[in-house]
Design a protein. Structure first.
Length: 179
């Protein structure tokens, strides 16, 4: 983690592990296993991404940002894996804030909405419009074809390409966040 290869990683870890642990506890509470997991994942990600650190902030600040991303990943996994709601990339992202959702589920849903909207904004207008018609307006291929003056088969093909483009952008964004 240090540019100086003589300084062992163990020294850096010893110096920053306690303050980072306190930071993580402050954000998630005292679940010891979860804190240990986030701490470990944070240091592993920092080690792997050392070359991406631009020295615009302190190393500790950078580690805190990585830790926050790891915490968000955990909550996102909890919502997608073990909760009562399943959130597809498209579909019912317009779920109103339901009182039956846990705080973690609400946070994950907000993050997912933001992420999907950011990715959609990177798509060309035509592709974005098709996805909006299909998944937010819940229009059939026939209805979209009439609106756009094209065949249903053309709608099907264009939607396929729009979803492929969205998926590529979404996966690129996800892989960028994990560092």
């Amino acid at each position: 983690m240090s540019k100086n290869p003589q300084i062992p990683f163990e020294n850096v870890y010893k110096k920053l592990a306690l303050p980072l642990t306190k930071f993580i506890i402050k954000h998630i509470g005292g679940n010891e296993n979860f804190v240990d997991d986030v701490l470990s994942e944070t240091f592993v990600a920092a080690w792997k991404g050392w070359n991406t650190f631009k020295h615009k902030s302190s190393y500790f600040t950078w580690l805190c940002r990585i830790a926050l991303n790891k915490i968000a990943d955990y909550y996102r996994d909890q919502v997608n894996g073990s909760s009562g709601i399943i959130v597809p990339l498209f579909g019912n992202l317009n779920i109103p804030d339901d009182k039956s959702l846990s705080p973690e589920e609400k946070i994950s849903l907000q993050e997912l909405r933001k992420s999907v909207n950011n990715c959609l904004s990177l798509l060309p207008y035509d592709k974005r419009k098709l996805l909006w018609f299909r998944y937010w307006q819940d229009l059939s291929y026939r209805e979209i074809a009439k609106l756009l003056g094209i065949s249903e088969r053309a709608v099907e093909g264009r939607l396929y390409r729009a979803k492929e483009s969205f998926g590529k952008i979404y996966n690129e964004q996800l892989s960028g966040e994990k560092q």
